[in-house]
Design a protein around this ligand. Structure first.
Ligand SMILES: [Mg+2]
Length: 270
């Protein structure tokens, strides 16, 4: 039961990154033009990505190479969302064994979480994407979870789009650890409400006035629909058009990409 989104009432826009803003190192068309239009009409925006590999500074640098201007406060990654969630869960501090990259390490350290290399001494095992993951680290994490450490994942995306096609994502590493330990992780990133709620808190907007733009139904669209946010799906990433259309709660808009979203905003505002 799609209510068609009234874009003229949208006050802020959340944009997924992989498959919406870029694929690998290739920028997708229309990003900066859309951001310029949103700003010129008094709307705020935020990049909201399940990719935990980069720090906000590294994201800014990556998109700057694509001539997209954004500063660090305009980026919310699953690493940042997971770290603030953990800080709230463990107000007296926690010891964490991490599988992940710079983005997750930076976020956990910023929240005052102690990173340990001896997995058996950790309160919590935190797993995000790690493109250099080694078997031994997966074994250490498995043994710690089996021994009772809390098991937390940044995001459940089993794959993400690269120039080569869909390659394993953090969800594939979580699936491996779950299979080996018999324990299901607590996952923070989209489609879980926590990530969208952190984004709207940052922007100071309500669900009804915040448009979510994404390329993957199960994460970007399903989670946002659940919270009552208007949604726009773009066809530049993972989910094909027929799957968006067939969904029980389809997105309000299904568009080829961001240039068409800009057109839709212009039309709604005119
Ligand atoms: Mg995506």
């Amino acid at each position: 039961m799609a209510h068609s989104a009234n874009l003229s009432e949208v006050r802020a826009v959340l944009l997924d990154m992989d498959g919406v803003v870029y694929i690998g190192d290739q920028p997708l068309p229309g990003v900066q033009q859309l951001l310029d239009y949103l700003e010129s009409t008094g709307r705020d925006w935020l990049f909201v990505t399940n990719n935990s590999s980069r720090t906000p500074a590294q994201f800014v640098e990556k998109i700057a190479r694509m001539e997209i201007r954004a500063d660090e406060p305009h980026i919310l990654s699953s690493a940042l969302a997971t770290a603030s969630w953990l800080a709230a869960q463990y107000p007296d501090g926690a010891r964490a064994f991490m599988i992940g990259q710079d983005g997750l390490r930076w976020a956990l350290e910023r929240e005052g979480i102690t990173l340990v290399e001896e997995a058996q001494t950790a309160d919590v095992i935190v797993c995000g994407i790690d493109f250099g993951v080694r078997y031994e680290r997966l074994a250490d994490a498995t043994l710690a979870v089996r021994a009772g450490a809390r098991f937390v994942g940044t995001n459940s995306d089993t794959s993400f789009p690269s120039e080569r096609g869909q390659i394993p994502g953090a969800g594939a590493l979580l699936a491996l650890l779950e299979a080996a330990s018999g324990v299901k992780p607590t996952v923070i990133g989209k489609p879980n409400a926590g990530m969208f709620e952190q984004a709207m808190r940052k922007l100071g907007t309500t669900a009804a006035a915040t448009l979510m733009v994404g390329d993957r139904y199960e994460t970007d669209i399903a989670g946002a629909v659940e919270l009552g946010m208007p949604t726009a799906a773009v066809l530049t990433g993972i989910t094909p058009e027929h799957e968006f259309r067939a969904a029980a709660a389809p997105p309000d808009l299904i568009l080829p990409g961001l240039p068409e979203l800009l057109d839709a905003f212009r039309q709604a505002d005119s």
